[in-house]
Design a protein around this ligand. Structure first.
Ligand code: PLP
Length: 407
């Protein structure tokens, strides 16, 4: 039967639910920061599968970890524990503020666990009234019903019936807007250290510090959603380490698996104690294959020389983007940190990030958007300078194309 099916982009429209609008090309293999499509056309990968392929494609350490584990044991469920999950949890605990880890399969699930834990902790320690969750406009926390409700984009959360209650939205980087909402009813504040989907908008250190103080004053938990910023992406293992502000709960996914689906929620002993036997769970969470790969990711990335590479790569990205902008005048700013960068389109090109994305693909470069006004780059943390320069030449050709088409 599979012989009869022609596997191309048209088949997507025929057999897939239409909730995505994927690009025309279908990549079939990758190596490092290069990808090849069905026609064997080669692309430089500045997208990293949306900040996931943290070590590029088919990194030998990850291929080894996956295949080694594939020959041992794939799955047990949470009726038993397993060695890769315990080793990964121990490594996360040893390298962060956390004492305890819960494994999930995605960022949304890690956040779902964090939000449920915050509600349960407040119920146990303060009572039923303490259930308000404060998040921020334009924030993104995943696509489960709880996490889209907490996220700050109505287009993702509306149209599915009654939402989980007691979710309030303040303005990002505006402490006064938080002060206006926070009270003894607040159980948690959830924030991205850099808003990713919302447009690569970094929280200011003062904002994060202020949130910490407000949470402490109101006995509310501070949750950092580091699904996009975590695992070395910003040049520190987690972005909170730059700010000096420590959360009570942290969620991590995307880069953690380097392409294998996994997510995790990290927290302290005192808070974790409230997620008692039976309160939450996942059949696949802590799966041996995922954990074996994630441990290899963590061990490969969490080294001073890799963190330094992320920051020198950022400098090269910024220099190249500046060079292109000096020539074509399309950006008003470059935001973000490490290998999570957003080039903000200026007045003239506002709303047209998808045009740059499409032109990039035509010129052999995989890029991303972060909303209509920002071109986003989230490549492998260890992308080589040669790949950056080659990708930027292609990006320049794409920019030239969009600019010429607009004249
Ligand atoms: C991508 C993302 C999520 C959702 O992760 P999934 O793995 O798609 O469920 C949650 N929070 C942030 C900050 C993200 O960038």
């Amino acid at each position: 039967m599979s012989d009869a099916v022609i596997v191309n982009r048209a088949l997507f429209d025929e057999v897939m639910v239409p909730n995505y609008a994927p690009a025309a090309i279908i990549p079939v293999r990758g190596l490092g920061s290069r990808v090849w499509d069905q026609q064997d056309r080669e692309y430089v990968d500045f997208a990293g599968g949306i900040a996931v392929s943290s070590l590029g494609h088919c990194h030998p350490a990850l291929v080894n970890a996956l295949t080694e584990q594939a020959h041992k044991i794939w799955h047990l469920s949470n009726v038993m524990t397993n060695e890769p999950a315990l080793k990964l949890a121990a490594a996360l605990v040893a390298n962060t503020f956390a004492d305890k880890v819960y494994f999930a399969n995605s960022g949304a699930e890690a956040n779902e666990a964090a939000l449920k834990l915050a509600r349960r902790y407040a119920l146990d320690t303060a009572g039923e009234h303490k259930m308000d969750i404060i998040s921020f406009g334009k924030s993104f926390h995943g696509r489960t019903f709880f996490t889209v409700t907490v996220g700050g984009q109505a287009s993702y959360s509306d149209g599915f019936g009654p939402k989980p209650a007691a979710v309030l939205h303040a303005e990002f980087n505006n402490l006064d807007s938080v002060k206006a909402l926070i009270s003894e009813r607040t159980c948690a504040v959830i924030v991205e250290p850099i808003q990713g989907e919302g447009g690569i908008l970094p929280a200011t250190p003062e904002f994060l510090q202020g949130l910490r103080e407000l949470c402490d004053a109101h006995q509310a938990l501070l949750i950092f959603d580091e699904v996009q910023t975590g695992v070395g992406r910003t040049g520190a293992l987690y972005a909170y380490m730059h700010s000096g502000v420590t959360p009570d709960i942290l969620t991590t996914a995307k880069s953690l698996g380097g392409g294998f689906p996994i997510g995790a929620m990290l927290t302290t002993d005192a808070i974790a104690a409230h997620l008692k036997v039976g309160t939450h769970g996942s059949t696949y969470g802590g799966n041996p294959l995922g954990c074996a790969v994630a441990l290899a990711v963590l061990e490969t990335i969490n080294r001073p020389e890799v963190m330094a590479t992320v920051l020198t790569n950022e400098q090269l990205f910024r220099t190249e983007l500046q060079r292109i902008n000096d020539k074509y005048d399309v950006f008003s700013a470059v935001r973000g940190k490490g290998m999570l960068l957003g080039a903000v389109l200026n007045e003239r090109f506002k709303g047209r990030s998808r045009d740059f994305f499409l032109a990039s693909a035509e010129h052999g470069l995989l890029s991303l958007v972060a909303g209509p006004d920002v071109v986003r780059f989230a490549p492998s943390l260890v992308i080589t300078p040669d790949d950056i320069r080659e990708g930027m030449q292609r990006f320049e050709a794409a920019v030239a194309h969009v600019v010429q088409a607009s004249n």
